[in-house]
Design a protein around this ligand. Structure first.
Ligand SMILES: [Zn+2]
Length: 280
C-alpha cells in the first residue's frame, strides 16, 4: 500500500560519506523542507554539517534509489537555514515527492523512538543503540528495545450500494470516515475488526477481507485495512468517541479524508466498485 518501493532499509551507514544523501531533519515531529517552484524538497547533501544546524542525534535509515538517507533530530527552537522551514508531515503530503514522504514517515518514527526510549524500562540505565539491527540494548540486563508500533485495524463496512461512515468527535466539521481502532493484546486482526464495529456502531458484520496496510506515522501506528459486509443489527452509538454514524450512497457522500490515508483508499475502492470516484 505504501509507495516507497524503491527504499531499502539498512542499519549500517556507508563507511565513507562521499555521495549526496537525503537528510530528514526533524524538530519534534516537524520536517525541514525548502520551497521550490513546483512544491517542496529536502536537503540533499554529502555532509549534514553544511546546513549549520547542531544535531541532537543522527540515524542511518537505508537507501532510496541507492541514495543514502539519514534522520536527524535538532533541538526545539532551532532556526531553519534561509529559505527553509520546519513543516508538519500532514502539511508536507502532496507537495513533497511521494517516495520521500514515506521515508520521512519512517524517519520521524525512528527519531521519536530514540527520543522516548533512552533508558531501560527494567533497570533504568541508559540504552545503547545496536548497529546490526534497529534496536537498543540495555548494557546491564541485555533487554532489547525495538521501535514502537501500534497496530490498528480500519474497516469499510458495506451493505448493497451503501457504505457505513462515522464521525469522531475529534474530526473536522462535516468529516466522516470508516471505522478504526487499536488491536488489543491477545486479539487477532479479524477479532479486532468485529469488536470495533460492534463497540462503535452496534452492528454485526461478515465476509471480512484483507484490503491492504499502511504505516501511519502519527505517531507510530500501522493501519491494517479490511472490507466487510453488514450482517445484522441497528446502528447504535454507545461509544462516546463516535458522535454520528450512517449509511451513505456514493451520490450523497459527506466530506471524506484526504488521499494520504488508507481510509480514503478504502472509500475510493468502494466508489470504484460502484462506478464512481471522488475528486479531491
Ligand atoms: Zn536493563
Amino acid at each position: 500500500m505504501t509507495d516507497n518501493r524503491k527504499f531499502v532499509s539498512e542499519t549500517v551507514p556507508p563507511e565513507v560519506r562521499s555521495e549526496s544523501a537525503w537528510w530528514f531533519v526533524f524538530q519534534e515531529s516537524k520536517l525541514l523542507v525548502h520551497e521550490t517552484l513546483s512544491g517542496i524538497d529536502l536537503p540533499c547533501l554529502v555532509d549534514f554539517a553544511a546546513l549549520g544546524l547542531p544535531p541532537l542525534s543522527q540515524h542511518y535509515l537505508g537507501r532510496l534509489d541507492h541514495r543514502p538517507c539519514y534522520a536527524v533530530e535538532v533541538a526545539e527552537g532551532t532556526i531553519p537555514p534561509a529559505g527553509m522551514a520546519f513543516d508538519g508531515l500532514r502539511q508536507v503530503y502532496g507537495r513533497l515527492d511521494e517516495d520521500l514522504f514515506w521515508v520521512a514517515a519512517r524517519a520521524v518514527q525512528i527519531v521519536d523512538w530514540n527520543r522516548t526510549h533512552r533508558f531501560c524500562g527494567r533497570c533504568g540505565v541508559p540504552l545503547e543503540t545496536k548497529t546490526d539491527e534497529r534496536a537498543k540494548e540495555c548494557p546491564q540486563c541485555g533487554l532489547l528495545h525495538f521501535p514502537r508500533l501500534a497496530p490498528a485495524i480500519i474497516v469499510l463496512v458495506e451493505q448493497g450500494n451503501q457504505l457505513l461512515l462515522a464521525r469522531s468527535r475529534h474530526f473536522m466539521p462535516g468529516m466522516y470516515s470508516v471505522l478504526a481502532g487499536f488491536v488489543e493484546p491477545g486479539e487477532s486482526l479479524e477479532e479486532a475488526v468485529v469488536r470495533e464495529v460492534k463497540e462503535e456502531v452496534g452492528i454485526t458484520i461478515k465476509d471480512i477481507k484483507y484490503f491492504g496496510s499502511q504505516p501511519w506515522p502519527f505517531p507510530h501506528s500501522l493501519m491494517i485495512g479490511f472490507t466487510a459486509t453488514y450482517a445484522g443489527g441497528e446502528i447504535s452509538l454507545d461509544d462516546k468517541e463516535i458522535e454520528d454514524a450512517r449509511w451513505f450512497t456514493v451520490e450523497k457522500l459527506p466530506r471524506i479524508p484526504g488521499k494520504i490515508s488508507i481510509a480514503r483508499k478504502l472509500i475510493d475502492g468502494f466508489l470504484a466498485k460502484q462506478g464512481s470516484f471522488h475528486e479531491d
